[in-house]
Design a protein around this ligand. Structure first.
Ligand code: GUN
Length: 282
């Protein structure tokens, strides 16, 4: 069994990006990410702080817009429009969740697809589905990078994703299809899930239920990718996979923490640099 070390790969990606940012700066382009956070959500505060730290390390400028619960949809859209129109900003990220009285889908749709480093705008979602160059949602993109780094061939392989979220499950389906895997997506209404997961050469758990994937659900020598980040009762981070037992059966497995998590931020940084580089072509 081999551990797929997301922490190490993320570090390598960030180091390469730092060099690329140095080159861009020499050409007068300073990559800049704007992050909008609405309301106070403790988890979001941690995520945004980590994104800010990664930007600092790589040389990407970071602008933060922290708005109270009382911001209106109109004001939020206006803020996004202002950022869309600013030439010095290459990436715009609206941290989810936002208060329920606001329409997050409409806000994501408003972000210019050329600055949509989260890959949530329907133009990027559509481009991904037809295999065009686009911004790919950072977590699925990170998963694909990990599989590439470990030379895990996807062509003709059975891939099974558990979870159909817009952020992970659905874009991952497209990414794996683009790599010629045969993909099945399981979700909360799927019957006989164990029979399906047992056929998986590559099994990806992205449903957000601690230790949902148990040993009996995994084929011998499968590749197991754990996207889950859950807090146990003791406050420890646990994935969607029962790592201790599944790791005895898997050929490759990602740990939690230190697996997919660090890759998400690395791919966000990658997307900001990609956006900044695209301005050179204009
Ligand atoms: N909230 C949790 N994860 C994410 C993410 O990847 N992007 C955004 N915008 N919000 C999130």
């Amino acid at each position: 069994m081999k551990i797929i070390d997301g922490k190490e790969l993320a570090k390598k990606i960030r180091e390469n990006l730092k060099i690329e940012v140095g080159e861009l700066r020499k050409k007068g382009i300073i990559p800049k990410l704007a992050v909008i956070m609405v309301g106070n959500n403790k988890a979001s505060e941690v995520y945004v702080r980590n994104k800010s730290k990664a930007c600092d390390e790589i040389g990407i400028e970071f602008e933060e817009y922290i708005k109270g619960n009382n911001i209106s949809q109109k004001e939020l859209i206006k803020l996004i429009d202002n950022l869309n129109n600013r030439k010095d900003i290459h990436g715009i990220l609206l941290q989810s969740p936002i208060p329920e009285n606001l329409n997050i889908r409409q806000a994501f749709n408003e972000i210019d697809y050329r600055k949509d480093v989260d890959g949530f705008n329907p133009i990027n979602v559509g481009k991904l589905s037809i295999g065009e160059d686009c911004f790919i949602s950072c977590t699925p993109y990170g998963v694909i990078k990990m599989l590439e780094e470990y030379n895990i061939d996807l062509e003709g392989k059975r891939a099974v994703i558990i979870g159909r979220s817009n952020i992970v499950g659905k874009p991952l389906l497209q990414c794996l299809l683009n790599k010629n895997a045969t993909v099945t997506v399981c979700h909360s209404k799927t019957k006989n899930i164990r029979e399906i997961t047992n056929e998986a050469d590559i099994l990806i758990a992205a449903l957000g239920k601690p230790k949902f994937v148990t040993e009996d659900m995994v084929k011998e020598n499968a590749v197991v990718i754990d996207v889950g980040i859950n807090r146990s009762e003791e406050g420890k981070l646990v994935g969607d996979v029962d790592f201790e037992n599944v790791s005895k059966k898997a050929a490759y497995i990602t740990p939690v923490p230190g697996g997919v998590g660090p890759m998400t931020i690395a791919m966000l940084m990658n997307n900001v640099v990609k956006s900044a580089k695209l301005t050179l072509e204009k």
